[in-house]
Design a binder for this molecule. Structure first.
Ligand code: SF4
Ligand code: SF4
Length: 341
């Protein structure tokens, strides 16, 4: 089964079936904010959101994770954490956040495999929900993606009012649809047309454009340009832009121990903090905010595309929406594009 329809009345039953065999993560509302959380019943799910403040990368690449326990001393040993093998379903992920996993995968499952990330990623099914009403700063279309891109999800749901149009993409997605087929009806040609209309309208609602043509090459010659001082002038170094970015993946390792036992813990880190590059010698290669803002832009729009052939940004707009200094990455990139060489 590839394309199908499910009426909204049957959704609770679908979630009940999913929860019976998987951990289900879906958007819920807490204190007025949407976030992805493990849910135990369908009634907890709330898809009336543009996007969650914290991206669902936190489900696979956890904000804080114990890597192993140890006992110190000559007779000390290391106690491994059992591999997580539970099946995970992430429901209603936006396509920009699903694409972010495609960018994180080469980092964590590339030349060196991170067993913690890779166990959860291997066991996860991504069910996308087309973004019918993108936010005012969203710009996924600048990367030739769409609010209803199917490319990065296993299955895509599109809200057609009283029903969802469902498309299976990967083999996992198609099997998932087969497993739950008693809840679905075949999609008609009219349903397909409605789905395409919803996508066209959603694309039409995206008002921001990042001009990316030639930006990788342009940045090659701009490392010492004064634009970086101007761009970083307002930055307060809070790190919000990196913590909330679905593609940022920097982390720190910390050992927490008492005399008899300890744990090695991995925590998200941010290249926007001076400590991030502070050497033990006291030297810091990125001592000023200018250096750190510049690095953030270079990493996403020069280093990452040179290494992987894709930009390290998906246009989710979180760093624009939540930056307390109103720093706008679209404005920075577009200004760089306008600089005369
Ligand atoms: S969110 Fe804004 S102020 Fe905070 S570190 Fe990022 S660019 Fe600077
Ligand atoms: S750089 Fe900003 S817009 Fe791009 S993916 Fe990260 S948070 Fe989203």
């Amino acid at each position: 089964m590839e394309n199908a329809i499910i009426s909204k009345e049957k959704l609770p039953e679908l979630f009940t079936q999913i929860i019976a065999k998987n951990k289900l993560f879906a958007p819920v509302k807490e204190n007025g904010f949407s976030l992805f959380k493990e849910v135990e019943k369908a009634s907890e799910i709330d898809t009336s959101y543009v996007n969650t403040r914290v991206p669902p990368k936190s489900i696979i690449f956890k904000q804080t994770e114990t890597l192993f326990h140890f006992t110190p001393g000559k007779k000390g040993n290391v106690e491994k954490i059992p591999e997580e093998n539970e099946k995970i379903v992430i429901y209603a992920i936006r396509t920009c956040d699903a694409k972010a996993f495609a960018l994180l995968d080469p980092v964590f499952i590339g030349d060196f495999e991170d067993p913690y990330y890779s166990a959860r990623r291997r066991n996860s099914v991504l069910i996308g929900l087309s973004c019918n009403n993108p936010g005012p700063a969203c710009f996924c279309t600048s990367f030739d993606d769409s609010p209803a891109s199917i490319e990065y999800v296993d299955i895509l749901f599109t809200d057609l009012g009283y029903k969802y149009y469902i498309e299976g993409n990967s083999e996992i997605g198609k099997k998932f649809l087969e497993d739950h087929k008693t809840l679905f009806d075949a999609a008609s040609g009219e349903d397909q047309k409605s789905r395409d209309k919803v996508e066209r309208e959603a694309i039409g609602k995206i008002k921001r454009t990042m001009k990316l043509t030639g930006i990788v090459e342009k940045l090659d010659g701009m490392f010492d340009h004064p634009i970086w001082y101007e761009s970083a002038r307002k930055c307060i170094g809070c790190g919000t832009c990196t913590y909330l970015c679905p593609t940022c993946h920097c982390f720190d390792m910390q050992d927490e121990s008492t005399l008899n036992k300890g744990a090695r813990i991995r925590v998200w880190d941010s290249c926007m903090y001076p400590e991030y590059t502070h050497h033990a010698s006291g030297h810091n290669p990125r001592p000023a905010r200018m250096n750190r803002v510049r690095n953030r832009v270079y990493h996403k729009f020069n280093y990452f595309p040179k290494n992987t052939e894709v930009f390290g940004c998906t246009g989710c707009s979180r760093c624009i929406e939540y930056c307390s200094a109103n720093i706008d990455i679209i404005e920075i990139i577009n200004k760089i594009g306008e600089v005369k060489e």
